[in-house]
Design a protein around this ligand. Structure first.
Ligand code: NDP
Length: 499
């Protein structure tokens, strides 16, 4: 999306030409900063521009990094940091519906989903990391040497310093607060670059954190396209980068960061599998699988796009999932009855449509969906897509190997447990998997055999924020959540004292 495409702003135009629209501004050093260059923020449900986003330039990013370094937040005692995080959680709760509205306007996701998942999790993220950092201990070892001396070794954990936080558009507030709450808990200051498609909630959060008593400069937001993110992650004042986004952008970020040898945490793409055995409770599995495929219009990194089904129940699972897909209600995101919103943008819909065409060329049968729904007046210009299920594909087909990031899944039969494991692991990615069975031992066995960061049995997307989150292979580097976040966002200095 460029300024020119939207017909709004642009490097050469001033904001005074844009009238009657909400202005989303950069937040640097504890204050909002105006910039002339801007682009339009489009509501993907209607295709209409609903706000104007001011673009950060390089001097503003320099200022943000300098303000972060000068914030003094790393010297604030843990107890006070935790108190600020708890007040931030309260602050989001107090402005809950504002956050919901901003998230819905930017993403087109159903209001119920924004409430129950995105904004609720944002509150939970801040409370969790206040608890996690408050309870954190330090590693220590009493060392007995062969000559009879003793030494006490202990590791003091220090914040990295200034962390660049780059997040995507699919769960903008959830992912942002997940990283920011952990980074701040550990005493880091952050400079955040939200996706160009979803600038709203990151900006609202600036007000909440300021009002919660976070010192100026500890949380900064710079808006813009990928070039702003690239400048930020390559900035000499950045001490660590936490990135969630596509594998393609992740590899680029890695190249940018490499010359300065800074720690990176990467949560990247996935091509997640579900394995459904014939001993399963079918109704429960169908409900779970439907959530795993279609939540957020398939735009969750953890969503399932490959469903391997034991042959004896293949037809039942296919029919049942078609029924679930047809029961989804696409429509006005602000209607409480809507279950499914549009894709994030026309650009992303073109990518998903290319995959629908690719599936057809590979001989797939779309047993439901496969095209663009007729959304009628008001929503016709939105980036809507039909929830789609395919049969007739194999692991050799490109559409079964590449991440689509839409409400789609390929259903593929298998005969034996070993075959199912081999099929599920036959991918370059390794983010998540789910196993559906009533056989307890099989559930554990197969879940452990999955080469992924997260493996669920008879559920999906159930997270305890104390347990590690991340991916294998092309799905990422490192883990966050709980102890893993403490490790990523700090560096230890080991002190050895001879006793
Ligand atoms: P992108 O990789 O396109 O973008 C991610 C973020 O990086 C955006 O803020 C983007 O800004 C920014 N960016 C783009 N180019 C650069 C650059 N050169 N340097 C620094 N930053 C840059 O991902 P999407 O936003 O399209 O998100 C979808 C992807 O995210 C999917 O692949 C999905 O699987 C993955 N994802 C992974 C998760 C996980 O936990 N593993 C969770 C959620 C999503 P801009 O938008 O302005 O271009």
């Amino acid at each position: 999306m460029t300024c020119r495409e939207n017909g709004i702003g642009g490097a050469g135009r001033t904001l005074s030409t844009v009238v009657g629209m909400e202005m989303i501004r950069n937040f640097v050093g504890g204050a909002f900063a105006d910039r002339d260059a801007a682009f339009g923020d489009v509501d993907p449900a209607t295709g209409r521009t609903h706000a104007v986003v001011q673009v950060a330039d390089e001097p503003l990013v320099d200022q943000a990094v300098a303000a972060a370094r000068a914030s003094g937040w790393g010297r604030v005692p843990v107890r006070e940091r935790a108190a600020v995080l708890r007040r931030a959680a309260d602050g989001i709760e107090a402005r809950f519906e504002e956050f919901v509205a901003a998230e819905v306007a930017d993403t087109g996701k159903p209001v119920r989903l924004a409430r129950d998942l995105d904004v609720a999790r944002a509150v939970h993220n801040f409370r969790t990391f206040a608890d996690v950092v408050s309870a954190a201990g330090q590693e220590s070892f009493l060392t007995d040497l062969a000559d009879g001396r003793q030494a006490l070794n202990y590791a003091v954990r220090k914040p990295l310093g200034v962390v660049a936080v780059i997040v995507p558009w699919n769960l903008p507030l959830l992912l942002l607060t997940w990283k920011v709450s952990a980074a701040l808990a550990c005493g880091n200051s952050v400079v955040v670059k939200p996706s160009e498609f979803t600038p709203g909630t990151a900006t609202l959060l600036a007000e909440v954190l300021r009002d919660a008593g976070l010192p100026a400069g500890a949380y900064n937001v710079v808006h813009g396209h990928g070039d702003v993110g690239e400048f930020l992650v390559g900035h000499p004042g950045i001490d660590g980068v936490t990135f969630t986004g596509s594998t393609t952008t992740g590899t680029r970020v890695m190249r940018t960061v490499a010359p300065r040898v800074r720690p990176v945490s990467f949560e990247l793409g996935g091509k997640n599998a579900a394995v459904v055995f014939d001993d399963v409770d079918l109704d429960e599995a169908l409900t779970g699988l439907s959530r795993a495929i279609f939540t957020n219009t398939g735009q969750v990194c953890l969503c399932t796009e490959r469903v391997y089904v034991q042959r004896s129940i293949f037809a039942d699972v296919a029919d049942g999932l078609v029924e679930h897909a047809r029961a989804l209600r696409l429509g006005d995101p602000n209607d409480e009855a809507t279950t499914t919103g549009p894709l994030i943008s026309q650009q992303h819909r073109r990518k998903v449509l290319d995959h629908l065409a690719l599936a057809e060329e590979s001989g797939a049968k779309a047993i439901t969906g496969g095209g663009i729904p007729d959304m009628g007046e008001g929503l016709g210009e939105g980036s809507w897509i039909e929830p789609t299920l395919w049969t007739g594909l194999t692991n050799a087909d490109r559409v079964v190997r590449e991440e689509v990031f839409g409400p789609v899944a390929a259903l593929i039969p298998f005969d034996t447990e070993d075959e199912a494991i081999a099929l599920a692991n036959d991918t370059d990615y390794g983010l998540a998997a789910s196993v559906w069975t009533n056989d307890l031992r099989r559930g554990h066995r197969v879940a452990q055999a999955m080469d992924v960061g997260m493996s669920w049995v008879n559920t999906w997307f159930l997270r305890d924020l104390r347990s590690p989150f991340g991916g294998m292979g092309m799905s990422g580097i490192g883990r966050e959540d709980g102890e893993s976040s403490l490790h990523f966002y700090t560096e230890p200095t080991n002190v050895c004292v001879q006793l």
